[in-house]
Design a protein around this ligand. Sequence first.
Ligand code: GLV
Ligand code: MN
Ligand code: MN
Length: 394
Amino acid sequence: MWAELLPVGRSASSGGYRRFAWNSADAEARAWFREQALKRGLTYELDRNGNQWAWLGDPAAGDAVVTGSHLDSVPDGGAFDGPLGVVSSFAALDELRARGAEFTKPLAIVNFGDEEGARFGVACIGSRLTAGVLSPKAAFELRDADGVRLPDAMEKAGYDPAAIGADTERLGRIGAFVELHVEQGRYLTAEQPVGVASAIWPHGRWRFDFHGEANHAGTTWIEDRRDPMLTFADTVLTARQRAQLAGSLATFGKVAVEPNGTNAIASLIRGWLDSRAADEETLHRVVEEIHAAAVARGEQDGVKVELTRESYTPVVDFDGPLRDRLAARLGGAPVLPTGAGHDAGILASAVPTAMLFVRNPSGVSHSPAEHAELADCLRGVEALADVLEDLACR
Ligand code: GLV
Ligand code: MN
Ligand code: MN
């Protein structure tokens, strides 16, 4: 399975993945998922929000145990973030069948669409729509960098966007959701390569628009300029400083410049802030401080600053009893929080949800260098099989 997925959407120049919602690489990954489901005699289902499901047992019976993750990536992402969870889910099912496990509950494997939000700016679109935390109206207004609307992208990929929206009936069928994911830090050790999640830090994405005035780089005197690049640069430094002081995180990882010419002062800079903290109060305070500093600096530069929140996920505390049950089943696995967002974090508001993490020796993620050792991945599959057996079998 791993070898089949490895070339899908991989850039020859960077070695990273470019599987974005509804693009051709995403379609290839989705075709692979469907094939895996059918190959195992599972019932394949595409839900109203474009998420893929593979069912063992009756989907309508209720109290189902669901596992899975996502197959899309960030720009030049690694091979493991997402796919490890999906591949491990199929492998864990194979392992349970090899053990001769007797299922007393339906089991489903899911591939949530557009987890990374790389194309339309909002993370976890598939699970957010399902849980009703993103409205169809808001989703219909989302556009990618080329101005393509989300429903048009869906339609072009052969999906019907007309029915997107909350799927309470589907969520009502689920008794527990467990997502396995590569760790995106360096907490886990070679001795204990599988851990259980305790919580997800609250996090969000904010777009800063810095409006200045385009003008000639060679003829505009310094005092006549309204250069938004200065305000942006100052804001980037402020973000780093405020986050550091608060013990939180703030990152400008994406920027768009208009008109983006070497010999022209920019008219508009768009900078996207990703900010995360252990608690929501700190998160909001840090973003407010960055915004206030940007506005103040903008006044100095003759630049107008606009702020738009594009995506937000409140703090997630995973289901306590489920977390403890998993950790105990795995012989006292380490329990750790994460600053990374996941579909499990969205589902946690609707169904008992847990996560398993598999060791990442370097901690590097959202990069082509992301890696996990085969032996640790196999331990992850075994752990997931143990957990699913505990939850879904006699
Ligand atoms: C997703 O991986 C995120 O944390 O942004
Ligand atoms: Mn990710
Ligand atoms: Mn992920």
